[in-house]
Design a protein around this ligand. Structure first.
Ligand SMILES: *Cc1c(COP(=O)(O)O)cnc(C)c1O
Length: 391
């Protein structure tokens, strides 16, 4: 057996080595950092079961790392169910949180063994009438969050006033309701909205229990936990302090779960792109990279993120520069008005905090393939990279 070797894959020498081995563009996913993020959030919310939401980075190495840490999963699609099944995850550790599902999505999740589902309207509740004995529901409630970078309560969730009628409908069909869920939005600046939603849900759960509408002993506080990009955010311990205080006031029998996505994977990956060519235009050096807005940097469009981007080359005179993606589309520009050393073909550019909503929303527009994801520091303690095929 090879000796286990811990490396820091974000160090320039290691980045160069991994690009030599796996090519460019590359997304280097450091499972040691996934573990560290998981542990930090768990320390900040000790009473909360953390269900990693696969959406920001549905990669087997992340799923395995979270499960090895004793974590849980939040699945939302049949593809995510398939991935969890392929990795042999215990379905009892999974919930299905998409409020709108096709019959086949429900069937796939049930066949895998998932029992907890989310619904937010009467039609969706009725989809469980035929399997009432096998499932328990969380009703998703909407609390608008205009302050969040991504408000996730516009598209899903019922008004707080609709919760009890919805629960009555489920009870009439013999469908057990386990509790409520919410997602106040992603990359929220502070936990004010989480706390407001938690308190409103606590009152609704008590009312539903008084009416004997179901167990109502589970509260799912969603995701939204913020990370540092170009702009820094509160440390997670401080961010969660008001939430911890609110959770401490809940009756002991209330089980609290969360669905963190971004926080677990965002800081755990860097994107590495290479300069394909360059040109001088209007006093600026334009560098054309093999990854861009249609690839790993898609999060700049869809997720409204701004990643810290730096060349590995250091020193030399700083000149006005533009970093552009590889496609023939003129919107495919990563960053402008930078001051960079003069770069050459083959020079590497590194984007930090690029684990969440980057590769996951990348396309292969213009036939530029998505970056290869290489996972390092997987459980075996092995610093060599692993590339896995995805479903
Ligand atoms: C996207 C999503 C998450 C993850 O949110 P983050 O802000 O990345 O933590 C969790 N739950 C649901 C239902 C989601 O849609």
């Amino acid at each position: 057996m090879r000796r286990a070797r811990i490396i820091d894959p974000f160090e320039p020498a290691e980045i160069r080595r991994l690009v030599r081995e796996f090519g460019s563009p590359l997304l280097i996913l450091d499972c040691a950092r996934v573990r560290a993020q998981y542990r930090k959030l768990k320390r900040a919310l000790p009473r909360v079961n953390l269900h990693y939401a696969l959406k920001p980075m549905p990669h087997p190495a992340v799923v395995r790392t979270v499960i090895e840490e004793g974590g849980f999963l939040d699945l939302a699609t049949s593809g995510e169910v398939q991935l969890a099944a392929r990795l042999g995850v215990d379905p009892a550790r999974c919930i299905h949180s998409h409020p709108i599902k096709r019959a086949a999505d429900i069937a796939n999740a049930l066949e895998f063994g998932v029992r907890t589902f989310v619904a937010d309207n009467p039609d969706e509740v009725r989809k469980f009438a035929r399997c009432a004995g096998e499932v328990e529901l969380l009703l998703r409630v909407s609390f608008r969050s205009p302050g969040a970078v991504c408000d996730l309560s516009r598209k899903f969730g019922c008004d707080p006033e609709a919760v009890l009628p919805l629960a009555r409908g489920a009870a009439e069909l013999g469908i057990g309701v386990r509790g409520l869920s919410f997602h106040v939005g992603s990359q929220t600046p502070d936990a004010t909205k989480h706390v407001e939603a938690l308190e409103a849900c606590t009152r609704l759960m008590a009312a539903a229990r008084r009416e004997r509408l179901g167990a109502f002993d589970t509260l799912d506080i969603g995701g939204g936990f913020p990370i540092d990009y170009a702009r820094r955010v509160q440390d997670i311990g401080r961010f969660c302090a008001p939430l911890r205080a609110a959770i401490a006031k809940l009756p002991q029998r209330v089980r609290v779960i969360a669905e963190p996505g971004r926080y677990i994977v965002g800081p755990a990956a860097v994107a590495v792109a290479s300069v394909m060519g360059r040109a001088q235009r209007e006093g600026h050096w334009w560098y054309y990279l093999d990854d861009g807005l249609y690839g790993s940097y898609s999060g700049q469009l869809f997720d409204h993120a701004r990643y810290p981007v730096v060349p590995l080359r250091e020193g030399g005179e700083l000149l006005p520069a533009v970093l552009a993606g590889p496609t023939c589309d003129s919107i495919d520009v990563i960053a402008e008005n930078l001051m960079l050393p003069k770069l050459k073909e083959g020079d590497l550019i590194v984007g930090r905090a690029m684990g969440a909503y980057t590769w996951a929303s990348a396309t292969d527009f213009n036939f530029f393939p998505r970056a290869t994801v290489v996972a390092v520091n997987t459980r075996r303690g092995d610093g060599s990279g692993v590339v896995e095929t995805l479903p």
